[in-house]
Design a protein around this ligand. Structure first.
Ligand code: ADP
Length: 211
């Protein structure tokens, strides 16, 4: 899907098909005083972007879809599995001090906390760690499991979820990231993470991807 920015000729073609469709490529070319060959790339773009539909031996139809509708259609085709990152996971027994070091080392804003069975038990954000640091307590003696956000209050997603659903959850819960999980017998395994950055990347790919 390209940026839905049509050039003047493409806009004109769209107008012609809207008013005269179904219409063959030949007839569109005639109206524009152009050859069929000159027009071919424009027709291909308009068809692939979903503005026009082509039927063999009948011609081109206007699909009736607006740019916004097409964008919505394309957004719905983006899935977590294609945009997720590697999760940073820590054990629930490590100290707040070590978790802070880990956060800097791994350069992430959210870490996921797992138990001895490698199952998800909590989430640690930057502010969780900052909050624990206020008051001059000995950070190396506080385990993360007493300051983390814990199960069952964790918002999660799976690799087959739509990215748009994740985006909605991030906004609704006012958080920066979701763990991508796989359900197992005892609980949830963390297999990835989706952050606001991943969603921003998806947005950019939607706007620049070649047809
Ligand atoms: P920050 O606290 O650095 O602004 P967030 O906005 O992501 O980062 O986190 C806000 C609060 O929500 C924190 O207490 C954090 O533990 C919690 N949180 C973060 N991600 C999730 C999640 N996926 N599910 C539930 N709570 C979360």
């Amino acid at each position: 899907m390209s940026t839905i920015e049509l050039n003047k000729r493409q806009e004109t073609i769209l107008q012609i098909v809207k008013e005269n469709g179904p219409i063959t490529g030949e007839h569109i070319a005639e109206r524009l005083n152009l050859t069929r060959a000159t027009l071919r790339p424009d027709l291909a773009i308009l068809t692939m972007a979903g503005f026009l539909e082509a039927r063999p031996r009948v011609g081109y139809f206007y699909s009736g879809k607006s740019g916004t509708q097409l964008l919505t259609d394309n957004l719905a085709k983006l899935y977590v599995k294609d945009y997720q990152s590697i999760p940073v996971v820590v054990n629930d027994s490590i100290s707040v001090y070590d978790a802070i070091c880990m956060m800097f080392l791994e350069d992430v804003g959210t870490m996921f906390v797992t138990d001895q069975q490698s199952l998800l038990v909590g989430v640690l954000s930057r502010k969780d760690l900052l909050r624990a640091s206020i008051g001059g307590k000995d950070l190396s003696s506080i385990p993360v499991n007493i300051i983390m956000t814990r199960m069952p209050n964790i918002a999660m997603c799976t690799k087959d979820d739509q990215l748009i659903e994740v985006a909605k959850k991030l906004i609704e819960k006012q958080i920066d990231a979701l763990p991508v999980v796989k359900e197992t017998e005892g609980g949830f395994e963390v297999v990835g993470r989706i952050t606001k950055t991943n969603i921003t990347k998806a947005l950019v790919s939607l706007a620049t991807e070649e047809l």
